[in-house]
Design a protein around this ligand. Structure first.
Ligand code: PEP
Ligand code: MG
Length: 539
C-alpha cells in the first residue's frame, strides 16, 4: 500500500479505480499516408461520430437549458454537413496527407474566410468552425472531450487542474479528485466542492503512470490518499464510507425545516453555483436560494465570448428552475486563476492584485453591458439579484449603477419585460470592508467573499499551497472585518450575507449568527450541514 496525505476539500470518502489525468497538449502532425481512400473513410467516420455527439449535446442542452442555448450544437452540426468544408478536408487527404492535418487545414482556411466577412453573425462563425474542427481532430486522435476516457467512475489524480479543465469534466465519470498541487481555496477546489466530490489538494506524492487502474481510497476526513490498501484497511474505509453515507441520509430529514436557532434567530441558507446544472443539486439540498452564481464559469472552457442570447438562456434557466427563490448572479470575475485566452489579458506579475473582475468590466464596458443585458432580460423569469465582485471604492459603484441604468433604459425602449433586481456588492477587499458604511448607502445588500477577503487581509495568496498554514481563516482581523461589514449594512437598513467558503465552516456558524449575518451561501453539499449547525444553536 502507498499512503499520501493531502489537504481535504470535502469531507467524504471515495473508493474506486485511479485515473491519471494528463493535460492534453496534442499537436496535429502532418504525415504522409499511403492509402488515401482508407484515410478518407476514417475522416468521414470521425465526422459522423462528431455529428452524433452534437445531437446528444443538443438534446442534453434542450432538456437542461432550453432551445435557445441548445441551438449552438445544431449550428455546429450544420457546419459539419457543409459540402465545401468537407470537400476541402477530403482534398487534402487525397493529396496524400493524414485526416487530422486535413481537418486542421480546412478548419483554419474556413475560419479565416468567416473572420474576414463584414457580417457580424458570419464573423462569429469563425470560432464555431475552429470548435467543430477541434472536435473531429479529437475523435480522430482518440482524445476524449474532457480528457477522461473511462467506462466506470474513477478517482481522478492530476498534477493540478485549472478551473477550465474541471468545469468541462463530466461529474458522472468522477468519484473524487486528488491533485499534487493546488490549495483548498482555489477555484478548482471550490468546483470539486460544488460537485459534492471528496477531494484532496496539495497531496505530497510523485505521480507515476503505474497508478492508473489501481484501487484507491480518498479519505476527505483524514486527508489521506491510499493506493492498493490491504484488505483490512480497505474494510475500515468501507465502514467509514457507509457511516458517511448514513450521516448524509440523516441530514435529509432537515429538508423543509427552518434555519432557525433554538432561541428563534433565523438565517437564510443559500447555495453557491457555477453552472446551470448545479441548480439541481441546490434544489435537491433544499437551499433557500442561490447566494452566489459564479457567472464567470459560463466564460470558461470555450473559445469565444458567450453571446447575450447564450447568457440569457443560462440565467433564464436558473431563474425558472429556482421559481420564487432568490438568485444572486455575480457578474464575471475573470482574471487571477480564472484565465480565458479570448479575453486577451496581458500576463501580470501579480494577477490576484491585477486586472480582474469589475476592473475588466469597467474598462471594457461592451463585455459588461452584454452580461447585464442578458441578466436584466432574464429577470422577467424569476427573482434575480446582481452583485459585483472586487469593489474597492464608491466611485466604482456609482459608475456601475450608471451603466446599469443605461442598460435598463435601452432594454425598456426595446420592449423587454423586466422585474425589479436588487443590486449588491461583494465585500472581498479590506478597502470595501473598511468603507462599508459609505458603500452601504449605494446598494441593496452586501455579500462577503471571505476567500478573497482573507487573502487580501492576511496578504496570503489563496493559490499558494505553501502558505496554507499561514492562512488562518479564523484570524481575528478577518472576523472583525466581517462583523464591521454586517453592522454597517444593518445601520443602512440593508442585508449582509457571506458567500465565501468560510460560510460553510460550522465552527463559526454561531459566531456568524451572533454577528447578525442574514444569509450564508455555501456549496450545495454543505447546505444541510449548515442548517443543522444553525438549528443546534441553543437547541
Ligand atoms: C470569495 O472571494 O470569497 C468569493 C466568494 O469569490 P471567489 O471565491 O469566486 O473569488
Ligand atoms: Mg472572490
Amino acid at each position: 500500500m502507498e499512503k499520501y496525505t493531502g489537504k481535504s476539500v470535502l469531507r467524504g470518502i471515495a473508493i474506486g479505480r485511479i485515473y491519471r489525468y494528463e493535460k492534453s497538449d496534442y499537436q496535429v502532425v502532418k504525415t504522409e499516408i499511403s492509402d488515401a481512400e482508407a484515410e478518407k473513410e476514417r475522416l468521414f467516420n470521425a465526422v459522423e461520430t462528431a455529428k452524433k455527439q452534437l445531437t446528444a449535446l443538443y438534446e442534453e442542452a434542450l432538456a437542461n437549458v432550453g432551445e435557445d442555448h441548445a441551438m449552438i450544437f445544431d449550428v455546429h452540426k450544420m457546419l459539419l454537413e457543409d459540402e465545401d468544408y468537407l470537400d476541402a478536408a477530403a482534398s487534402v487527404v487525397l493529396e496524400g496527407y493524414n485526416a487530422e492535418y486535413a481537418v486542421e487545414t480546412a478548419g483554419n482556411q474556413f475560419a479565416e474566410l468567416f473572420a474576414s466577412m463584414d457580417d457580424e453573425y458570419m464573423k462569429a462563425r469563425a470560432a464555431d468552425i475552429k470548435d467543430i474542427s477541434a472536435r473531429v481532430i479529437r475523435i480522430l486522435a482518440g482524445i476524449p472531450e474532457d480528457g477522461i476516457q473511462t467506462d466506470e467512475p474513477v478517482i481522478v489524480v492530476a498534477d493540478d487542474l485549472t478551473p477550465s479543465e474541471t468545469v468541462k469534466m463530466d461529474k458522472n465519470k468522477i468519484l473524487a479528485f486528488v491533485t499534487v498541487r493546488g490549495s483548498a481555496n482555489s477555484h478548482t477546489a471550490i468546483l470539486a466542492r460544488s460537485m459534492n466530490l471528496p477531494a484532496l489538494v496539495n497531496t505530497k506524492m510523485q505521480l507515476t503512470d503505474d497508478i492508473n487502474g489501481k484501487i484507491g481510497v480518498v479519505d476527505g476526513f483524514d486527508g489521506e490518499f491510499l493506493i492498493e490498501p490491504e484488505q483490512a484497511i480497505l474494510d475500515d474505509k468501507i465502514l467509514l464510507k457507509n457511516q458517511w453515507v448514513a450521516d448524509l441520509e440523516a441530514l435529509e430529514q432537515l429538508k423543509g425545516k427552518d434555519n432557525v436557532t433554538g432561541d428563534g434567530r433565523r438565517i437564510d441558507v443559500f447555495a453557491n453555483i457555477g453552472k446551470v446544472n448545479d441548480v439541481e443539486a441546490a434544489l435537491e439540498a433544499d437551499a433557500g436560494g442561490i447566494g452566489l452564481f459564479r457567472s464567470e464559469f459560463l466564460y470558461l472552457g470555450r473559445d469565444s465570448f458567450p453571446t447575450e442570447e447564450e447568457q440569457f438562456a443560462s440565467y433564464k434557466a436558473v431563474l425558472e428552475k429556482m421559481g420564487d427563490k432568490k438568485v444572486v448572479i455575480r457578474t464575471l470575475d475573470i482574471g487571477a486563476d480564472k484565465k480565458v485566452d479570448y479575453f486577451n489579458l496581458e500576463a501580470e506579475e501579480n494577477p490576484a492584485l491585477g486586472f480582474r473582475a469589475i476592473r475588466i468590466c469597467l474598462d471594457r464596458p461592451e463585455i459588461f453591458i452584454t452580461q447585464l443585458r442578458a441578466i436584466y432580460r432574464a429577470s422577467a423569469y424569476g427573482r434575480a439579484a446582481i452583485m459585483f465582485p472586487m469593489v474597492v471604492s464608491t466611485a466604482e459603484v456609482k459608475r456601475i449603477k450608471e451603466i446599469v441604468e443605461q442598460v435598463k433604459a435601452e432594454l425598456g425602449v426595446e420592449g423587454y419585460p423586466m422585474k425589479e433586481v436588487e443590486l449588491g456588492i461583494m465585500i472581498e477587499t479590506p478597502a470595501a470592508a473598511v468603507i462599508s458604511d459609505e458603500l452601504a448607502k449605494e446598494v441593496d445588500f452586501f455579500s462577503i467573499g471571505t476567500n478573497d477577503l482573507t487573502q487580501y487581509t492576511l496578504a496570503v495568496d489563496r493559490q499558494n499551497q505553501k502558505l496554507e498554514s499561514t492562512c488562518d481563516t479564523h484570524h481575528p482581523a478577518v472576523l472583525r472585518l466581517i462583523e464591521m461589514t454586517v453592522q454597517n449594512a444593518h445601520k443602512a437598513g440593508i442585508w449582509a450575507g457571506i458567500c465565501g467558503e468560510l460560510a460553510a465552516d460550522t465552527l463559526l456558524t454561531e459566531t456568524f449568527v451572533n454577528m447578525g449575518v442574514d444569509e450564508l451561501s455555501v456549496s450545495a453539499s454543505s447546505v444541510l450541514k449548515v442548517r443543522k449547525a444553525v438549528r443546534d444553536i441553543n437547541a
